[in-house]
Every structure is written in C-alpha cells, then in structure tokens.
Design a protein around this ligand. Structure first.
Ligand code: FES
Ligand code: ZN
Length: 300
C-alpha cells in the first residue's frame, strides 16, 4: 500500500498540488477510480487539498445502476461530496439512445459526452485539476495507438499532468500513470474499496485500444518492465510533441473549449435532440454544486 501511495504522491508533487487546491476526481464505479479515491483520501491529510468526486450515470441499464451504487458507496465511505450527473435527467436520453439518434457507435458518443461533462464540472467548481483513474496499461495502449497513427498532438496530451486553459478547460492529472492494472486491483482489494467488476455491454473487443492493451500485457510478460520504461520515457518527453495547431476557441453556445465554432457536445446534442445541450448541462452541474454545498467558480 505504501508503494502504491508513494507513486500517487509523486505525481501530485510533480503537478505541485498544494494545500487548498481543489481536486475533482472522476469515479466510474470500477476498480481504477476506486483505488484512486482510496489513495487520494489517504494523502489528503498530509497535503491538505479539497476533494470532490463526479460520477456520470450513462443510462446503460443494469451496468449503470451497479456503477452508480459503487460510486456512491466509495465516495460516502470517505465523506467526499459526489456530483452525480444523470444523463437521462439532463438530456432525456442515455448513451444507447444518443448513439442511435446520431448513428454513431455508443463508445464514441460516450467518450465525447464524458469528456464534456467532466470538464464542464471541473470548470464550474473552479477545480485545480480533473483527476482521472487511467492506469499504466491504459496509458501504454493509448500511447501506442497515437504513435501508430503518428497522432503527435494526442501524444502531447498523454502525460501524467496536462495544462489548464483558464475558463475553458481544466488540466488533467493521472496519478495511476505508473501503476499497472494488476497493482491497482490489488490495492483496491487491500483497501476494501467499493467497485463493480461488471463491464459495459457496449464494449467492443476488436476496438483498437482494447487489442493494444492485450498486446501490452503480452509484451510485458515477455519483457518485464516494458510499460514502466515506455511511460517513464513518455512522461519525460510528451511536452516536446507539437501542441494542436487550431487556435483554441470558445463554443458560442455553451462557452467552453472548442476547436473552432460550436463544441462537439453542443453539435452532437443539436443533431440528436434539436438543441445544443451545453448550457443546460452547465446549469444542471451548478445546481448540483449548490445542493452539495460546493462553491461555484465565478459566483461569490
Ligand atoms: Fe461508455 Fe460503454 S459506451 S462505458
Ligand atoms: Zn458547447
């Protein structure tokens, strides 16, 4: 447990997290985010940051019900305020319906919605960082995928800490960057964390990231230390890769980050539901922050 928490602490130190900082941790209900919540609540005492959590109920039947329950248990165990964003409540539809309406694969719609909601909540709370539970296996697979397609701009964002764009996007922190899936699982068991082992029913085993993750496991078994070496090198060099070329701009509908014109969430919801839902999502999150007694950035 000490080893695990030391590695988490090292990333917090690299990001210069200090007393009074606000960390918003994303909890899915799975083992990685549960391990993250455990370690962050242990370290909170000595560093003194403020911790809040966010869970997105994706509206995917039994899977979402179990995930939400695990997230609630995990957060309440440590007295961490939890923002639950229920997509059906805000949008009237969950991921499966949104995917049908837009004729896109559920996982791609889901990724886009999650990115938007997490960033929106971090901006509304005025978080110093949005903290994600990606482990070393996930990160190695993402890095290989980006390298395969020579997507250098994505590589520039695959470090343990990413930058904040004030008012538009909150930087991300990945404290499990150098910790494997196995270590994360063992740690969450030892800490008796609440999580579900259920998998999303939409997961596609042929998806590139999933195949690459299995490949990373295979290479590691033949070449122990492969993952740590790959990620250690990437963590040193990722800022050298070129940053996105398009000038960052503000979505005219919701005011958050976009790469020109309306943001992808507002575009997607306009297409599927007839209106851009960014403003409604932001208002919903502000309402949740009020209910939990958390401050809303810019409202003093
Ligand atoms: Fe998002 Fe499965 S589609 S978790
Ligand atoms: Zn928008």
């Amino acid at each position: 447990m000490d080893y695990f928490e030391r590695r988490v602490r090292r990333i917090l130190e690299r990001a210069r997290v200090k007393s009074g900082d606000r960390l918003l941790v994303a909890i899915s209900g799975g083992k990685d985010s549960a391990a993250l919540v455990e370690a962050l609540s242990v370290l909170r005492g000595s560093i003194g940051y403020k911790l809040a959590a966010i869970h997105i109920d994706l509206g995917i039947g039994e899977y979402s019900r179990k995930s939400r329950e695990a997230a609630l248990k995990e957060a309440s165990r440590h007295g961490i305020p939890l923002i639950i964003v229920d997509l059906r409540e805000v949008l009237g539809v969950g991921i499966p319906e949104l995917a049908k309406l837009t004729k896109r694969p559920p996982c791609s719609v889901c990724g886009l919605v999650k990115r938007y909601v997490l960033n929106a909540a971090a901006v509304e709370w005025g978080a110093s960082y949005l903290v994600m539970g990606h482990n070393a296996d996930d990160m190695a697979a993402y890095a290989l995928k980006a390298f395969m397609s020579q997507d250098l701009e994505s590589l520039s964002k695959l470090g343990p800490v990413t930058e904040t764009v004030p008012g538009l996007a909150v930087g991300r922190l990945r404290p499990l960057y150098m910790l494997s899936e196995k270590e994360t699982f063992i740690y969450s068991m030892l800490r008796k964390a609440s999580f579900t082992m259920d998998e999303c029913p939409h997961v596609n085993r042929r998806q590139v990231e999933i195949v690459l993750k299995r490949a990373v496991g295979f290479i590691e078994s033949r070449m122990p230390g492969f993952k740590v070496q790959l990620l250690g090198n990437l963590a040193r060099r990722y800022t050298d890769y070129p940053k996105p070329k398009e000038p960052l701009s503000r979505c005219p509908s919701c005011g958050l980050i976009s790469s020109g014109g309306e943001c992808s969430f507002c575009k997607l919801t306009r297409r599927a539901l007839g209106e851009p839902m960014g403003p409604r999502m932001r208002a919903y999150i502000r309402q949740k922050l009020h209910e939990l007694g958390l401050e809303v950035a810019g409202e003093n």
